[in-house]
Design a protein around this ligand. Sequence first.
Ligand SMILES: Cc1cc2nc3c(=O)[nH]c(=O)nc-3n(C[C@H](O)[C@H](O)[C@H](O)COP(=O)(O)O)c2cc1C
Length: 194
Amino acid sequence: MASPIIDFLLTRNSAPIPDLKEPAPSDAEIATMIAAASRVPDHGRLEPWRFILYRGEARVEIGKKLAALAEQREGPLPEGRRNQELARFSRAPLVIGVVSVPRENPKIPQWEMFLSGGMAAMNLMISANALGYGTNMISNWYSDVPEGRAILGLSPQERVIGFVHIGSYQGPAPERPRPDPAKLYADYAGPWAG
Ligand SMILES: Cc1cc2nc3c(=O)[nH]c(=O)nc-3n(C[C@H](O)[C@H](O)[C@H](O)COP(=O)(O)O)c2cc1C
């Protein structure tokens, strides 16, 4: 059974972020990617996610703010570390923040909303890959810090699903060890017996 989609899924992997180069996806390609990213299972149709585009000069400004925040938290940074913070969002030509937006709902637990956000992030990456771009999603320390999330444009209620780095990439990406699928499933063996 030949299927280009299965072939793609069985070989898909992330590209190293420093190798994601210009050109970034066009505005029309980004619109296509967001349309695919928002076409995901979403219990209750709550749309518990949104997307923030980081591109151009904004990426440099964010780097300065993150370096300042890191210094505020940790004291003066060694030069290498400071440069790392400065470049956080400017290594790839486009970063799309996938943001979880929890909704108040009496029936639907918030963890299902987070899961829907993860699916949106995966669809975003797959559609970028299908358009010929490399991707890599990371979260990093600033996603776990309220001040970091504020710098990146999130409200106090919102959480980071991931920052999807996107750019042109001359693959193939280096493969990493993968789990043995045969060890990952089994027939149901009755209730948990401890
Ligand atoms: C939610 C989430 C957050 C991640 N955050 C980071 C991170 O902060 N730093 C990092 O090096 N990798 C992070 N990763 C892992 C990268 O995405 C990694 O490159 C990826 O798992 C490679 O696997 P793949 O080739 O199957 O895409 C994260 C992965 C997930 C799912």
